[in-house]
Design a protein around this ligand. Structure first.
Ligand code: PGA
Length: 257
């Protein structure tokens, strides 16, 4: 793969947690901690926070003029209309987002989102040039045990890219590792990341594949982050549980250098 190291991308997926006051305090702690780590040259990473929708304005305000970016946890493929409870790409961008999660396994499993539906969301984000999709893929425990991991990853990836994605990032999140405390070993994660980069090469060419950040997600902590990011195709993390504590999230960012 490319000789040049891709700049690490470290993302916090807050899921349905925190209230406005906690979110504001978190952002102040994160800003302070990141400024200190960046000043010493300890860290050179891109950092994104994915708060739930009502918290986006608070986070965007607290992080204004910082390098930290904000993203939505989901979007609807259409621009407007009768879609109660949904948000559009324009609304996310208007609120200050530059990223959006597409196809998180909790959306696929709990809201019945199909691969095709995820592809429409990715295309909607791409049409809105200001938003980069962070596409989530990953196999369930049963699929891994049945030896179907690569088949599932390829299917989810190709459907997500079907609409022509523009710039995007990918997160490999094995469903069996999300919120379970059971992290994929660095070898298992690297094997999946290498496979995904290879498939991106076949679809979009080597230059694009070499530039796409592929994040690992699933029970990432300050204790396992360093050995995961040491793998050649692991370019960062999508962190759930451990991202709710700014000091733990900062420790994970520091591990990524
Ligand atoms: P986790 O969640 O870090 O709590 O396992 C990761 C995710 O769902 O993005």
């Amino acid at each position: 793969m490319s000789a040049e190291r891709r700049r690490p991308l470290i993302a916090a997926n807050w899921k349905m947690n925190l209230l406005k006051a906690d979110a504001a305090e978190y952002c102040r702690d994160l800003r302070r901690g990141l400024a200190a780590a960046t000043a010493t040259g300890e860290v050179d990473a891109r950092v994104v926070i994915f708060p739930s929708f009502p918290l986006i304005p608070v986070v965007a305000r607290e992080l204004v003029d910082s390098e930290v970016e904000v993203g939505g946890q989901d979007l609807h493929p259409e621009e407007r209309g009768a879609h109660t409870g949904d948000v559009s790409a324009s609304q996310l961008a208007d609120a200050g987002c530059t990223w959006v999660l597409c196809g998180h396994s909790e959306r696929r499993q709990n809201h019945g989102e199909s691969d095709e539906w995820v592809g429409l969301k990715v295309a909607a984000a791409a049409r809105h040039r200001q938003l980069s999709p962070l596409i989530c893929v990953g196999e369930t425990r049963a699929e891994r045990q049945e030896g179907r991991t690569f088949e599932v990853l390829a299917r989810q990836l190709l459907a997500a890219l079907a609409g022509g994605p523009g710039p995007f990032a990918l997160a490999y999140e094995p469903v069996w590792a999300i919120g379970t405390g059971e992290t994929a070993t660095p070898e298992i994660a690297q094997e999946a990341h290498r496979f995904l980069r290879q498939r991106i090469t076949e679809e979009l060419g080597e230059v694009t594949a070499a530039a796409v950040p592929i994040l690992y997600g699933g029970s990432v902590t300050p204790d396992n982050a360093a050995s995961l990011i040491a793998q050649p195709d692991i370019d960062g993390f999508l962190v759930g549980g451990a991202s709710l504590d700014p000091q733990k999230f900062l420790a994970i960012i520091r591990c990524s250098g």
